[in-house]
Ligand binder design. Sequence first.
Ligand SMILES: [Zn+2]
Length: 117
Amino acid sequence: MTGGNAIRGMRIGSSPSGAEIERGESAPRQRVAYWCDKEHLTEPSFAMDARVPDTWECSHCGLPAGRDRENPPPPKRNEPYKSHLAYVKERRSDEDGMELLDEALRKLRQQRGRPES
Ligand SMILES: [Zn+2]
């Protein structure tokens, strides 16, 4: 376990204005904005040729943060949601199965009657 405590402590004192950080850097960098579910903004910087990840850990609360502000990734903690979703999916496939069966029966009946031409 590498705790983020040291990093978090450093961030409290640092100002969010990124201008001075950019001044000190020689290599060209890109800053990427990430928003977590609680609308915290995290702006890590990457080398220009680095592959920018889709998600980043929020530096404020540790939740996963995404690049789409309107659509942040769901918090990891919501395990109950997952099982609920799985339950819904199960029900859904059940209903789909019933529908398919219904349709198959209907076709069977049609075939037994006179085929439309
Ligand atoms: Zn956050």
